[in-house]
Design a protein around this ligand. Sequence first.
Ligand SMILES: NC(=O)C1=CN([C@@H]2O[C@H](COP(=O)(O)OP(=O)(O)OC[C@H]3O[C@@H](n4cnc5c(N)ncnc54)[C@H](O)[C@@H]3O)[C@@H](O)[C@H]2O)C=CC1
Ligand SMILES: O=C(O)C(=O)COP(=O)(O)O
Length: 523
Amino acid sequence: MKILVSDPLSEEGIEKLKESFEVDIATGLSEDELAQKIGDYSALVIRSGTNVTKKIIDSADNLKIIGRAGVGVDNINVDAATEKGIIVVNAPEGNMISAAEHTIAMIMSLSRNIPQANMSLKSKKWERKKFMGVEVNGKILGVIGLGRIGTEVAIRAQGLEMRVVAYDPYISEERANELGVELSSVHEIMKKADFITVHTPLTKETRNIIDYEEFGLMKNGVRVINCARGGIINEAALIDSLKSGKVAGAALDVFVNEPPFDNPLLEFENVIVTPHLGASTEEAQINVAISIAEEVISVLKGGFAKNTINIPAIKPEMMSVLQPYIDLGETMGSVLGQLVGGKHRKVEVAYNGEISEKDIRPVTTAALKGLLETVLGSGINYVNAHKVAKARKIEVIESKSDKSEEYSSTITIRMVKDGETRSITGAVVGNEAKIVNIDNYRVDIVPRGYMIVSNHINRPNVIGPCCLVLGRNNINISGMQVGRVGIGEVTIMALNVDSEVPEPILDEIRSIEGIIDANLIKL
Ligand SMILES: NC(=O)C1=CN([C@@H]2O[C@H](COP(=O)(O)OP(=O)(O)OC[C@H]3O[C@@H](n4cnc5c(N)ncnc54)[C@H](O)[C@@H]3O)[C@@H](O)[C@H]2O)C=CC1
Ligand SMILES: O=C(O)C(=O)COP(=O)(O)O
């Protein structure tokens, strides 16, 4: 397996990747060049310089993971990656301090005109009056987006004796109180703040969150900072407000188009710009490179990643608890899928007992993967299972109950097909996965290898002939379970067999009197 690094990555990360895999480095590739190359690689590592478009993803037939050595994934077509089953991971923590420090540097540069004064003196001018500044002490800083970086900015700004007012619909009052930050609406912040800084991702909701209307509400002499993403502040509206004099200054590290050589914002003397340097410190680059290298290696070696964008992330300590259930869920999904076949419209995964208290989303994903794989083949994985189900209009329901009768935890998958509900229940006993119920028949099966699952009438001379057919064909039976019901009733039989059972032999079993159906399950 080979890894392609298509943006500058710190040496520490590259060395780490090379310990496990072959690594190629090719920066500055065009979309076409990358689309041509990508088919050879299992992993792609990028920063903000590579746009991973649908065209590139369409050509990425061997790609398992896209690793973003940084935070923003707006340069990756995550939907296309998900559809193709490619995991997208980022490194959200490694550069947050650097980005926050850069924001504070921008605030200070704006308030004291440091870049302009520096240029002026270097061109042999002594313009003390022109570069009169303002203090930040006692001023109101409006923060839009109080996530990792917004929080670090708020903490540092408070150290500078600024008052922080923030808008973030996903942050609780309690958290804001802890930080000593007042929560407010965007419009209230626009009216109050002396400095406004944005720290959200670029999404449909945040694009142009600061637009003409918002600039209209701002105080005269306001200063705005964007070290998050170009497009969160409408650049045209900012230009208007700079021209009218409403905005006294802006500090921008990011732009709608980068590099922004044709951007008129570069012409304003009171606009300070840096070339997307928020994460460009030695420390941040080592942090993100090592983090992303670890994630890529883990995924390529068949493990999980911590910071997944397109599948629910699982904390490592939770992983050891969930792993046996993830394996069980996938196996059960596969067994039920092989028993029932395709064309189902509804899948319910029910969790009973202790497991119901955990974050069981990965188990449901695994169950769905196991189920869909039986019909759709190996193109299904943890990343695209839900998306594929949705595209096929299969409704997926999770339900939880803390009650479980015989086992500390059970998982039940129910499927409705042609109006009939089929089900399978499994449990983890010790470290062993077991199927304990199929279609309401109690069983005790260790699901592995090849199994024959059949329905028959509970009466003499049915099971014996079935075993004889297998014996005659030299197929060894290593386990047998029959559901307990009264004589003459329909029951289930599950046989673990040591080798594949060809279709003619299955047909022979199906033709035995009393056998209703028989399916071979391969795990
Ligand atoms: N200039 C640079 O070099 C760097 C830029 N960044 C960018 O900084 C931004 C923030 O990064 P982090 O703090 O790590 O992300 P984060 O995910 O920790 O925080 C983002 C916050 O924005 C909030 N948010 C989402 N939608 C919102 C909305 N509609 N209105 C208000 N708040 C909303 C979220 O609730 C979250 O609290 C990202 O755009 C990232 O790409 C990050 C690192 C370096
Ligand atoms: O982490 C982020 O979101 C950044 O914007 C940093 O970008 P970079 O990795 O320096 O190209």
